[in-house]
Structures are given as structure tokens and as C-alpha cells.
Design a protein around this ligand. Structure first.
Ligand code: BEZ
Length: 211
């Protein structure tokens, strides 16, 4: 059975470009993005890793550790990292897992045999400080992911983990949010003393609480 939201992210030990990582120990109470790449020295992957490296300060601001994986050797990762810097302007400054025996890819269900039995799909796992899986995405090899969207989801996950709110369609940090149905009006008056708009009793829109 595939990993589902709310499951504990499986632990593993792996060789990476930043040394041996014991995953649970490495997470150490941070948020984490773990994502896979089909193969080294491939064009779409090269752009994704370069762009993710460019976003380092955005991930740092949010307290998120980033770790990437592909089923290639450490030597190939080092050589490919130099290509990424040369072509994208940014070298990956986060660890790349050298999963040559596919141990981690198999543990996380990143190989979808009916798509390809030789390479991983483009999987993303957002993992919370409690080591639970908060988001999963699987893209085909031919479609590069949108890492700005991953940051947007992290903003929503971090906000909704602190306050009893949900974020509406296309929400971006700073925009109005929604009071979750589990909070009755009476409790909402205490939590949101500035009030809210309610075009329907079940649709209560409030300014984003400041974290
Ligand atoms: C790519 O990263 O460009 C790629 C990798 C595997 C299959 C197709 C494209």
C-alpha cells in the first residue's frame, strides 16, 4: 500500500552528497521536503534542481530542510551538480541521496512500474516536524514540477497547523483564510475578535492570523 497523508515518513540511512544521513535524526524537528528525480544528467531534472537551489532562502525562512534523491551514484551526483551550477546558475546546496540500490525509492513508492520500471517518477513528500507526511505529489518524468507551488502549500500547512483555519482556492500568504467548520461561531468570536464575513453560515472568511 502506498504512503498516505498522516503516515509516519519511513526512516532510512542513505549516502548523500553531504555524507551519510539517518533520515529521522536529520529531520530533527524541522519541516522537510523529500523529492525524487528520474535520472541524473537529464534536462528537466537539471532545471528543477537548479530552481530548488535558487529557492534556498525561501525554504530556510520557513524552517524547511530539502533533500533530493535519484537512483545514481555519489560520483555522478557530484559531477551533475557542477553541470547544474554551470547551466542554471545555482548548485544544489542540499543533500542529494545516491539511491543506486533503489532502497529509499522503493520504501517511498517512488517507482511506478506501469509508468517506468527503470526510473523513479517525480515524487514529492512534505513531512512535518512530527515526521508525519503532510503532502504527496507524483508527476510523470516528462513534466517538471512547480516549486513555487510547493512553497505555497508549505505556507498553508504551517498556517493551518497553528490556527483553526483552512486556505481557499489559489490562496497565497497574506490573503484571507477560512474558519474551519469544527469551530462553532461562539468559539470563533473568541479566536477571531475582529469578526469575519459569512456569505453563507458555513463559509466564514477572516483575515489571515499572524503567526
Ligand atoms: C528529464 O529530466 O528531462 C527526463 C528524465 C526522464 C525522462 C524524461 C525526461
Amino acid at each position: 500500500m502506498s504512503l498516505q497523508l498522516g503516515d509516519t515518513a519511513p526512516d532510512f540511512t542513505a549516502q548523500t552528497t553531504q555524507g551519510t544521513i539517518h533520515f529521522h535524526k536529520w529531520i530533527e524537528g524541522s519541516w522537510c521536503v523529500l523529492f525524487s528525480h528520474p535520472k541524473n544528467f537529464t534536462p528537466v531534472c537539471t532545471t528543477e534542481l537548479g530552481y530548488t537551489a535558487k529557492l534556498t532562502s525561501e525554504f530556510d525562512e520557513r524552517g524547511v530542510k530539502v533533500i533530493a534523491l535519484s537512483c545514481d551514484s555519489l560520483e555522478a551526483h557530484d559531477s551533475w551538480s557542477r553541470d547544474i551550477e554551470e547551466t542554471q546558475g545555482y548548485a544544489p546546496d542540499f543533500p542529494l541521496i545516491a539511491d543506486h540500490d533503489r532502497k529509499v525509492a522503493t520504501l517511498y513508492g517512488m517507482i511506478h512500474p506501469n509508468a517506468s520500471d527503470t526510473v523513479t517518477v517525480r515524487s514529492v513528500f512534505v513531512i512535518g516536524p512530527d515526521k508525519k507526511i503532510k503532502l504527496t505529489l507524483n508527476y510523470p518524468a516528462s513534466t517538471g514540477r512547480n516549486f513555487d507551488e510547493i512553497l505555497r502549500v508549505i505556507d498553508s500547512l504551517q498556517l493551518t497547523s497553528k490556527f483553526q483555519v483552512a486556505t481557499p482556492v489559489n490562496w497565497k500568504k497574506g490573503e484571507d483564510v477560512i474558519i474551519v467548520p469544527a469551530v462553532a461561531d461562539e468559539a470563533a468570536r473568541t479566536r477571531f475578535p475582529g469578526g469575519w464575513k459569512a456569505p453563507k453560515p458555513y463559509l466564514r472568511i477572516v483575515a489571515q492570523p499572524e503567526s
